[in-house]
Design a protein around this ligand. Structure first.
Ligand code: ADP
Length: 360
């Protein structure tokens, strides 16, 4: 059996040494980057043309948990499939730890782990057998395989279920097994496509812990998700993708700064009075007021201070309130601000260039 396909320390080897070893090198813009995506576009053209990924360019930094966040159909999985060499881009290219995805797909595959959205575990096999089968497939040295399997089972908290059939596992247990399985050959980069889709809240939290644990082992993690909470909890940087395009990329705090400062007050009401709206709009500390289906969405500098004045305006115009909520802006609010729709609205089946616009 061949040794491990990738030596974790190999990425410290000088590029020239690697070139001498036969692989072509592509240059990274800086030493912090582990993935460089350069103007990638993917057009599917069967019965109709869909631009699933539309001229996307960005870098992923070594050691970070990077979130690709966007609604269903945004192009996240397509981009992951391109980076993991399962799909060729229509144009553009990407480097994964100095290997070009087009020229050196095998070298790329040796240094990445992939956990796809749909489970590929064999549920008729035990947890141990699933790991053994996969480890053999990715050329883990069989002298080390048993130790490695137990390490991973312990990491996932599944050592006591090593010899149980996966068919007896909960959704969370299966997902954790699948994630550590992708890690069996010590990949430098782990791609997780919607790692917690369909899981209950408790299993989701367990999977989050698992992901953080793997990241602490110096693994760069790229995950796609349409759960904002997941991105907020886990990711060092977040890229918003919509209709195939990258619409924003930054750390959480900077993304939140994209929307007007202040709190968000939402008031449900029976009927809207135009004069009342004008009175609220001109109230001190109020930034903006929008009306959506019997709800006022008010952005204000200091929500709790401005709320009593707003309540008085409602009373003055005799408009009954049905609900009041006040909160700080979330990642979802940033997405709504940038695209005009919620993350779970989807509807990206026909990709069009996305313009930055405020919600109407
Ligand atoms: P996401 O992962 O963000 O939900 P996808 O990358 O799966 O989005 O899909 C992006 C767009 O590309 C969607 O409109 C989808 O229907 C389309 N698409 C994905 N794969 C194919 C394919 N193999 N053939 C045709 N269209 C595809």
């Amino acid at each position: 059996m061949d040794p491990l396909p990738y030596d974790r320390n190999a990425h410290t080897t000088a590029p020239e040494t690697r070139k001498a070893g036969g692989a072509s090198i592509c240059s990274m813009p800086d030493s912090e980057s582990i993935i460089h995506i350069d103007h990638i576009t993917k057009v599917f053209g069967n019965n109709r043309t869909v631009t699933a990924v539309d001229d996307v360019t960005f870098d992923v930094k070594r050691g970070e948990i990077f979130g690709l966040l966007g609604p269903n159909g945004a192009g996240k999985s397509t981009l992951i499939r391109i980076l993991t060499t399962l799909l060729r881009p229509t144009s553009g290219t990407a480097c994964v730890d100095t290997y070009d995805i087009g020229r050196d797909p095998e070298k790329v595959r040796a240094i990445i782990g992939v956990c796809p959205q749909n489970s590929t575990l064999d549920v008729e096999l035990t947890a141990y057998d699933n790991l053994e089968f996969y480890g053999t497939l990715v050329n883990v040295d069989d002298r080390m395989l048993d130790d490695r399997i137990w390490q991973l089972l312990n990491m996932a908290g599944l050592a006591d279920r090593a010899h149980s059939h996966v068919s007896t596992f909960s959704g969370g247990m299966r997902r954790k097994l699948e994630i550590v399985r992708a890690f069996i050959h010590h990949p430098l980069i782990l791609f997780l496509d919607e790692p917690t889709i369909g899981l209950d809240p408790e299993s989701r939290r367990e999977v989050w812990q698992q992901i953080s644990l793997l990241n602490k082992e110096n693994t760069t993690i790229i995950l796609t998700t349409h759960y904002m909470e997941e991105a907020e909890k886990l990711c060092h940087r977040i890229a918003f993708v919509d209709k195939g395009r990258l619409i924003a990329l930054d750390i959480l705090d900077n993304l939140k700064r994209l929307i007007p400062e202040g709190d968000l007050i939402e008031i449900g009401c029976d009927g809207i009075d135009e004069e009342m709206l004008t009175a609220i709009r001109t109230t001190s500390l109020v930034n903006s007021v929008e009306v959506k289906e019997n709800h006022l969405h008010i952005s204000a500098m200091n929500g709790s201070r401005v709320l009593p004045a707003i309540v008085m305006i409602f009373e003055k115009f005799s408009v009954p309130m049905t609900s009041i909520s006040i909160r700080s802006p979330s990642l979802e609010d940033v997405f709504i601000y940038l695209t005009g729709k919620k993350l779970d609205e989807g509807g990206n089946e026909q990709a069009q260039p996305a313009g930055r616009r405020r919600p109407s």
